[in-house]
Ligand binder design. Structure first.
Ligand code: A3P
Length: 314
């Protein structure tokens, strides 16, 4: 569905101040904007994005809940689309030098800092990323080819907890569980986040590709082929013979990425997240090492109930 954007004459700060808030933990204030819980500090960026984003033909949007394979889908998509200028084995490939988050901008942050010029400067076709729900996308953005990646929620929660703690936001594990089950995690509720893109992918399969982290891990090469087809740059017979999809997967694999200098050092973005912290374990099922069967069941049941009837399961 389309949403009304905020009235253009109201200041973003006034809007944020009027939103319902939920302060959990020492330094995490969430605000509820158009039905979605978000870091209060990010909301002005979203308002600006809704008011000012201008699309360009060929734009590609990547979307995801946090800790669901964002870094990976950014690198795979970038490598797939840039392969005509930078074959995956090129020594000067941008992904060998830069963190994937430096190759594909995070839109809320760009607009939060008034850095729209960064987007203007990107060569076409542009690749951009958002953590926004489908319902919050401005119309012109919702029309872009969109790749959405998500992940089994228990593994996502575990990944989030580690990530926040590494970043110095000291959350207890049970606090993070409460947030996710209440739908008050950053960019929550989780179920609305996944359902928005799930439904859009059913209505417009040419416009929205729904990808799952677990499936990517089992068969990354098929995912890359699917990306190529979906984005209008399918791999040719010659490229297949040269094993290009496989080479892209090797470049973007957890082990290669984690070992690159640009990912071992430096930090990125609004909160100065260490590049290193985007590469932790990269496996399925790590939740068994973190939660009791009872907690696991609670998350499963909550999510199952919310997704009932949609055809989407985790
Ligand atoms: P874990 O914390 O479970 O290891 P995001 O990129 O959305 O922030 O998600 C981060 C999660 O993706 C982390 O999960 C991280 O280890 C994993 N990840 C990052 N790069 C990856 C890659 N190339 N292949 C597989 N998983 C990757």
């Amino acid at each position: 569905g389309e949403m009304e954007t905020a009235p253009p004459d109201e200041s973003a700060d006034d809007i944020v101040a009027s939103l319902p808030s939920n302060t959990t933990g020492p330094n995490l204030e969430l605000r509820q904007y158009q039905g979605v819980w978000m870091l209060g500090t990010v909301v002005p960026g979203l308002i600006s994005l809704q008011r000012h984003f201008r699309s360009r033909p060929g734009d590609v949007l990547l979307a995801s809940p946090v800790k669901s394979g964002t870094t990976w889908i950014k690198s795979l998509t970038f490598a797939t689309m840039a392969r005509f200028s930078y074959p995956p084995c090129a020594a000067d490939h941008p992904l060998r030098r830069l963190n994937p988050h430096e190759c594909v901008p995070y839109m809320e942050e760009v607009f939060l800092h008034g850095q729209e010029a960064k987007l203007e400067a990107l060569p076409s076709p542009r690749i951009m990323h958002t953590h926004l729900h489908y319902s919050l996308l401005p119309r012109s953005l919702a029309k872009c080819k969109t790749v959405f990646v998500c992940r089994e929620p228990k593994d996502m929660v575990v990944s989030l907890w580690h990530f926040l703690n590494r970043a110095g936001v000291n959350f207890s594990f049970s606090e993070v569980i409460e947030l996710i089950c209440d739908g008050k995690n950053p960019n929550g509720p989780f179920w609305d986040h996944v359902l928005g893109y799930w439904r859009a992918s059913k209505v417009r399969p040419d416009g929205v590709l729904f990808v799952r982290y677990e499936k990517m891990l089992v068969d990354p090469v098929s995912t890359v082929r699917e990306l190529g087809r979906f984005l209008g740059v399918p791999f040719s017979a010659a490229e297949e013979a040269a094993e290009l999809p496989m080479e892209i997967c090797k470049l973007c694999s957890f082990d290669t990425m984690r070992g690159l200098q640009g990912n071992k050092t430096g930090s990125t973005g609004e909160f100065n997240f260490a590049h290193q912290s985007y590469f932790r374990k990269g496996i399925v099922g790590d939740w068994v090492n973190h939660m009791t069967p009872k907690t696991a069941r609670r998350i499963d049941t909550t999510v199952e109930e919310k997704l009932r009837g949609s055809g989407l399961t985790f």
